[in-house]
Design a protein around this ligand. Structure first.
Ligand SMILES: [Zn+2]
Length: 167
């Protein structure tokens, strides 16, 4: 049994279990469900509050965010791309909350989230190196992790820190 994002309860039951058995099971776990729902909604509120620190409603706000983000990442991209022997074709930014960056391996373009501005610089750098690594290895394979070990040895720590901050 688990709580999904919108607060719904999803229950997986063995084949053959009757509807009343399922209902009883849910009733017996009412307290757990209430508590889990509460936790989920609190976590979502914290996440919302985190992202709202960077307002992106107006064109001016977006332009300012883009400028600040590019100022921060340009030197990182230049340095790491050179070291790794890759050359991204295009760097863009979007207001993404579900991921920090994306890499289109085919076109060689990297898209970064404006919200990286809310992270410490070394966490941003970890995202930058992660996306650059995709130009060498598209999937999150063992080879990918070996590349991360080589080009950003503290990547695990940075990933942990990033998750902690934004949750
Ligand atoms: Zn990735």
């Amino acid at each position: 049994m688990r709580i999904v994002k919108n607060g719904d309860v999803h229950v997986s039951v063995p084949i053959g279990m009757s509807k009343s058995q399922v209902e009883r099971f849910i009733e017996e776990h009412a307290d757990w469900i209430a508590k889990a729902r509460q936790n989920t909604s609190e976590r979502q509120q914290r996440r919302m509050a985190f992202f709202q620190q960077l307002p992106l409603q107006t064109t001016a706000q977006k332009a300012s965010a883009l400028r600040r983000l590019m100022t921060m990442v340009a030197p990182m991209i230049e340095r790491h791309a050179k070291e790794m022997g890759v050359s991204p074709k295009r760097i863009t930014a979007r207001a993404m909350i579900s991921r920090w960056g994306m890499c289109n391996v085919k076109t060689g373009s990297i898209c970064l989230s404006y919200y990286l501005l809310l992270l410490p610089e070394w966490c941003v750098e970890h995202v930058v190196v992660h996306e650059l690594c995709h130009l060498l290895e598209p999937s999150h394979s063992a080879r990918f992790h070996a590349l991360m070990d080589r080009y950003f040895p503290r990547w695990r720590e940075a990933r942990r820190e990033t998750r902690k901050i934004s949750l």
